[in-house]
Design a protein around this ligand. Structure first.
Ligand code: ADP
Ligand code: MG
Length: 288
């Protein structure tokens, strides 16, 4: 059995200590993300998601428990270089993540720091920009880009380092709907076509339903862990954690009052449209 790419073993993390009151942010958190998986993480504000994200590549170290990246312990300083080469993080604010004056220089920054030879950097930068659909903007100045474009450049910067996994900490939260879709499409493609492992923290349910698996955090703990269908079936637990169902699921609930045969596991617009079509087709109605 290969080791999971990211593994939390009974991890707790507490902020502060000496002066301020200690703030327990993550409590006894255990989960494993196998290579290639797309995992969404949900949880209300303050549930410990960003803390967990920073624990993934050693930006924070557990107060208790262990975080392993490809079997390497993030608490072992000698491994930190290899850990960061495997797991990169895209943060929320697109404006804080680009430092160079030209897009392609920004994407080159990571591999330059890894002492990758210049010809190889050129190849990697071009490939990474193509993978996120930003190649034609390679000579653009960052301030001329939309938020969604900037986040895709940030993703390219990680791809150029050939990381195995990317953690997204609400990377779509500050984007307009179009930017959110651009980023989500790019991330799904990287996961499916290049096998990049994804941990996608979001508060948009319509993004979480596209994942292979959903984790729900509450008060620093793991409340739910399962497929989108299994997690969104736990309505009471979700509501207790301050989360809503995806809009198509709410819509399907209302429709079910009129059409009791409508299935219970509708999560996306496509699920909803297909179920309604099937209902009419079965009834021999004029569905078209
Ligand atoms: P989320 O990303 O789910 O909103 P966070 O991981 O940011 O949650 O925060 C979890 C808890 O830790 C919250 O109670 C928050 O106030 C606290 N916290 C976060 N960052 C710090 C910090 N730098 N210092 C002290 N407490 C913090
Ligand atoms: Mg956060």
């Amino acid at each position: 059995m290969p080791s999971p790419l990211i593994e939390f073993q009974n991890v707790s993390f507490t902020y502060g200590g000496e002066e301020g009151e200690p703030v327990p942010a993550v409590r006894e958190l255990s989960f494993a993300v196998p290579r290639g998986e797309f995992v969404a993480v949900l949880g209300h504000n303050g549930s410990g998601k960003s803390t967990a994200a920073k624990l993934c590549n050693g930006l924070l170290l557990p107060t208790e428990g262990k975080v392993l990246v490809d079997g390497l312990d993030t608490a072992d300083e000698a491994q930190l270089f290899d850990i960061r080469r495997r797991v990169g993080i895209v943060f929320q604010n697109p404006d804080n993540q680009i430092i160079a004056a030209i897009i392609e220089d920004d994407v080159a920054f990571g591999p330059e720091n890894l002492n990758v030879p210049p010809a190889e950097i050129r190849t990697r930068v071009d490939e990474a920009l193509k993978a996120v659909g930003m190649f034609e903007h390679r000579l653009a100045e960052p301030h001329k880009l939309s938020g969604g474009q900037k986040q895709r450049v940030a993703i390219a910067g990680i791809l150029a380092m050939r990381n195995d996994a990317i953690v997204f900490d609400e990377a779509t939260a500050m984007l307009d709907p179009r930017g959110r879709r651009e980023v989500m499409d790019a991330v799904l493609r990287l996961n499916r076509e290049q096998g990049i492992t994804v941990l996608f923290i979001t508060h948009f349910m319509e993004e979480a339903v596209l994942a292979d698996r959903v984790l729900v955090m509450d008060e620093g703990r793991l409340l739910l862990d399962g497929t989108p269908q299994a997690v969104f079936a736990q309505q009471n637990a979700l509501r207790a954690a301050g989360l809503e169902l995806p809009i198509p699921a709410l819509f399907a609930q209302k429709l079910r009052a009129h059409f009791p045969a409508l299935p219970e596991d509708i999560l996306t617009e496509e699920d909803c449209a297909r179920a309604i079509f099937r209902l009419f087709a079965q009834k021999g109605g004029n569905a078209q």
